[in-house]
Design a protein around this ligand. Structure first.
Ligand SMILES: [Zn+2]
Length: 284
């Protein structure tokens, strides 16, 4: 609380656990400006604060006068100063003014998400894609299987990339024969052989976590997995919404371009060479 220039007198919780509107509904009903700010409701004279009645007409009933007095008494303990009001966040000694930018950097600083030990939050991957992979791991992607479970009427539950199996998240992104062709080429590119038993996104991420040599390589492979999952999801959407199919070689090309751009732009490797990227050697 500063001078009350951002806090609504009746609507915000600034004097107790409830707003004044909730504490004194009959006084609130009589107000002419129900969205007035705190700073417009007091006058400072000789170091004393005088709260002003903002009713449509002066107080005539003794019951109203008593309630207004009660309301003013509640405000006695409120400390006002000349500074602007601030939204604070965090606990105790870490409390600071809330800024969206601070929240952003906090999110960027998170490397592991608590829901599962295989998820990372990589700043070099666009936030939208971090969220996509997060939702994929938690099985919150609106695949056809997921839509049917939620009682959504759809023409078919079959995967649009192979037309043989139900479209679940793990099928679409991992075990579908189309996805398998993509993953085979990607695994050759990153020089990590993928065993046949890998049938889920979580399984794939666990495998990479256990088998990549260095932390740096793990991050890059994670980034490429994110690019692959995202590309497969877009290819699937293109079939459903635009009736456009994508050849596997085109899909792999898109994944390589996406990975290259993310590493180049976000990891500060502006001298990254596309030819080197084709060999994957530049990523190590
Ligand atoms: Zn399929």
């Amino acid at each position: 609380m500063g001078c009350g220039n951002k806090i609504f007198f009746w609507l915000d919780k600034w004097a107790g656990d409830y707003s004044l509107k909730e504490q004194f509904p009959s006084l609130f009903a009589l107000q002419s400006d129900k969205r007035c700010l705190v700073q417009h409701r007091y006058i400072l004279s000789d170091g004393h604060i005088h709260w002003t009645w903002g009713g449509e007409s002066p107080i005539t009933l003794s019951e109203t006068a008593r309630m207004w007095e009660d309301c003013v008494n509640r405000l006695e303990n409120v400390q006002l100063n000349k500074k602007s009001d601030q939204w604070l966040w965090k606990q105790d000694e870490n409390r600071e003014e809330f800024r969206v930018g601070n929240l952003r950097s906090e999110l960027d600083g998170i490397s592991m998400l608590p829901e599962t030990h295989v998820l990372r939050w990589l700043s070099r991957i666009p936030k939208k894609i971090n969220c996509f992979l997060w939702r994929a791991v938690l099985d919150r992607i609106p695949t056809r299987d997921a839509l049917v479970i939620r009682n959504t009427h759809i023409p078919s539950v079959l995967c649009v990339l192979c037309n043989t199996r139900n479209e679940s998240m793990d099928h679409l992104l991992i075990s579908c024969q189309y996805a398998q062709l993509v993953w085979t080429t990607i695994s050759l590119w990153v020089k990590i052989p993928l065993p046949r038993y890998l049938l889920s996104v979580v399984g794939l991420l666990e495998y990479i976590e256990a088998h990549s040599s260095s932390q740096d390589k793990k991050k890059v492979v994670y980034l490429i997995i994110a690019a692959t999952c995202w590309t497969l999801w877009r290819i699937r959407n293109n079939v459903i919404f635009n009736c456009k199919t994508t050849h596997v070689s085109r899909a792999v090309g898109d994944i390589k371009v996406l990975s290259f751009l993310w590493v180049k732009a976000r990891a500060g490797k502006t001298d990254l060479d596309w030819k080197e990227c084709g060999e994957f050697s530049c990523f190590k």
